[in-house]
Write a protein that binds this ligand. Sequence first.
Ligand SMILES: Cc1ncc(COP(=O)(O)O)c(C=O)c1O
Length: 404
Amino acid sequence: MADRAETTMEAPSGFSRRGFIKGILAGAGAVSLGSYEAVAQMISGPNARPVRGWGVPEGLVRLSGNEMPIGPSPRAVEAVLENVYSFNRYNRNRDIYARIAERHGLPVVEWAPNSFTPPGAWVTLGCGSSEVLYAVASAYLRDGAEMVEATPGYAGVFRVAEPNGGTVKWVPLASGFQQDLDAMKAAITENTRVVVITNPGNPTGVLVPSDAVKKFVQEVPSDVIVFVDEAYIEFSKNPEDRIGAAPLILDHPNVIVARTFSKIMGMAGLGVGYGLARPEVIEKLNQNKGGRPSMLSTNAAAAGMEDHDYQDRARKVTWDGQEYFSSQFDEMGIDYVPSQSSFMLINVHKDADEVVRKLREEYNVMVGNGKRRWEMDTWLRVTAGLQEENEAFMAALKKVLVSS
Ligand SMILES: Cc1ncc(COP(=O)(O)O)c(C=O)c1O
């Protein structure tokens, strides 16, 4: 068949494989579409169609939502199954507050009879960490109160602050896609109530060193909340970095940290996250939350957080995927931002709307669109998946880039 013949074709003479792709990316267009197709076939790997990802229909390669591709932790699954015949009750897991506090070196408090949450806790649970972000906005960002956040950034707090009359000062990233903490500090005014640091950043994947976060907390006015969203910090290469900002809470009543079970713990579909802060702050957040994570999700979370083998596997598949992506992007001459997170930001030098659309419509591959979400017109954000998903994405991307 033609496909087979094309896969064995040599690249046009005078082009190295790397140089050829680079030329295409730079817009060199002297080769006919037929040749592009031929070279695309030659450089490609498997199509998306035969790929079987966890929790998605066969053939769909979903690398858009920063989900964990290895399926859930077996211990979390067991915990769900153990409780599946009793969800006619409100019972939620009660150990989880203590386990979370212990994990982060914060005081553990006792439950009181008939209380919904342990009084005086340093932990609040949310339906995903999204609910903690919403609670921060609802509690502190109303009626002209100001927040400061880096842009491009996650912007989850502002989505809730804005309709309540909260305002924002966006602070552009510095070189190397770093959040510019000096500029963020300088952006604080007497109206500022919250500074959001997403660590590592989303969409950048760039980590703010913990020393820099500590210095920032020490230097900003103590009545400004420093909200550190650590959704992805468990993917950091250095275990020390995974400790994050929680230890600062002991000495700084203005620090709130958010974590989620959706990423490294592989429970995005269960919707559990938490906030850490001093008890008086936690109380305020609790007054500004609506939901309560369910019996099944809290039991799964309590079991899953002890499954360190799973978390190691999650880190490994992510790091392996990113190593593969990096080597491919290096070979293709595609710029990317080295990541300490579960996704990578890449510059394909083509219109991101078009590339994302073609990947989805022609190859069943989903990635994040930097243009749509962050006005980064030629950038994509791609989550590391299973190796076969990563290969299918790369194959599709190469074909889309040579035919765009
Ligand atoms: C930076 C960041 N914070 C918070 C969240 C919210 O996650 P969840 O509500 O699933 O815990 C996300 C989700 O993608 C995120 O990327």
